[in-house]
Write a protein that binds this ligand. Structure first.
Ligand code: PLP
Length: 396
């Protein structure tokens, strides 16, 4: 067995590195979730969650993974037989569609090549053609974590508006929230879905729904079966800073601290930092002579970069070489791009030197795994980082 020293490099696109401050905040005796101390915490995290989603509307926080928050979005607003429009941007779009199928929704799944965001023109055409307004919701993945491609929710909103279509807009921003601009209200999103273990820098275990007035009205009129996920009951309890069930108290303590950290750094600075690290990573990939999985220069994710290995080279074998030699976890390729792609997470609690370590590990791994490439990726990334553009240095 190899003994590794120093810190493990967790460079998958979630779960991400949890800051020591957040770990300390959670390392507390748990507390009476019906008592006054909890209510203070409850009010604080609900208000700060509204600020990160940029909404004045309710944010529902579940003790669940992101998948639970997907299910919540569906069961509150939709009923078996309802038609929904989804776009195949990658594995997470495929999984969301799978849940919709299980709830017997009638899914129109616009095909995609897993190298681009959702095809906005195709979405608009489907909406224009749907004269009877059978489509009840349009569901897109903001940051497709399996590929590193973005779909801009505002463009989907504009397509809905141009088509004059009343469908709800539901957005999975599970790996977007906290690492890139997100505007639940200004973008006219009806249900935003998020999770704790990505840009919010927490361990897995919290799921989020931000809901518009329109989505709440649809939910009120929806007689479909649900209990645990029901928004209305949670919102009623949240008015007193509490929850209808035992909440994940210590994760909420961590959430409070993580949201404070994001505000101390400044949301804009956090987003600029992610964009800069993404740009530096792409400079490295280009210098290595490799391709990014995202083929659209306008759609590169600030949170992660998918890297395509040359034909005949197994990305998981490469990842194994990196893990064994340098104690770094890189993200695996998922589903149909398994073995072809690995993913570098540059999301969450992260800085320039962590990125340099990450890219050095990748470059050394490429050499050790005999993957054809040019040296110099680390230097190319360094040039981007040295320029110190855009993001001011902030200490958190
Ligand atoms: N959607 C996206 C974009 C994701 O990245 C993930 C997880 O990585 C999920 C959904 C599923 O979330 P979870 O694994 O927390 O259930």
């Amino acid at each position: 067995m190899t003994v590794h020293t120093g810190r493990h490099f967790l460079q998958i696109p979630g779960p991400t590195n949890v800051p020591d401050r957040v770990l300390r905040a959670m390392d507390m005796p748990t507390l009476d979730h019906r008592g006054p101390e909890f209510a203070e915490l409850g009010f604080a995290v609900l208000a700060a969650s509204q600020r990160i989603f940029r909404t004045k509307q309710p944010v529902i926080i579940y003790p669940s993974s992101g998948t639970g928050a997907w299910e919540a979005a569906i069961v509150n607003t939709l009923a078996p037989g309802d038609k929904v429009l989804m776009a195949e941007t990658g594995q997470f779009a495929v999984l969301w569609r799978g849940i919709a199928d299980k709830f017997k929704l009638d899914v129109d799944f616009i095909p995609g090549d897993w190298r681009h965001g959702a095809d906005i023109a195709a979405i608009e055409q489907r909406l224009v053609d749907d004269k009877a307004h059978k489509i009840k919701a349009v569901c897109v993945v903001h940051n497709e974590t399996s590929t590193g491609c973005l779909t801009p929710p505002l463009e989907v909103r504009k397509a809905l508006d141009r088509a004059g279509h009343p469908a709800l807009l539901m957005v999975d921003t599970i790996s977007g929230l906290g690492s890139m601009e997100y505007e639940h209200d200004a973008w006219g999103v009806d249900v935003s879905v998020a999770g704790s273990q990505k840009g919010l820098m927490l361990p897995p275990g919290l799921g989020f729904n931000a809901v518009s007035e329109k989505a709440l009205a649809v939910a009120k009129a929806n007689p479909g079966m649900r209990s645990y996920w029901d928004w209305q009951e949670i919102i009623t309890f949240n008015k007193l800073g509490t929850f209808p069930y035992t909440p994940a108290c210590n994760l909420l303590m961590g959430l409070n601290e993580a949201l404070k950290m994001l505000e101390e750094e400044g949301h804009e600075n956090v987003f600029a930092r992610h964009r800069r690290h993404s740009r530096a990573t792409r400079a490295a990939v280009k210098a290595w002579g490799l391709d990014t999985q995202c083929a659209d220069a306008q759609a590169h994710s600030p949170a992660l970069t998918g890297v395509v290995l040359p034909e005949g080279h197994d990305a998981d074998q490469f990842r194994k070489t990196v893990l064994e030699n340098f104690d770094m976890s890189l993200g695996t390729g998922l589903n149909k791009i398994k073995g072809k792609v690995f993913r570098i997470g540059h999301i969450g609690h992260f800085n320039d030197l962590m990125l340099m370590g990450t890219l050095a590990g990748v470059e050394m791994g490429l050499a050790l795994a005999n993957v054809p490439h040019r040296a110099g990726g680390v230097l190319a990334a360094m040039d981007v980082l040295k320029a110190r553009e855009a993001a001011p240095i902030t200490k958190v």
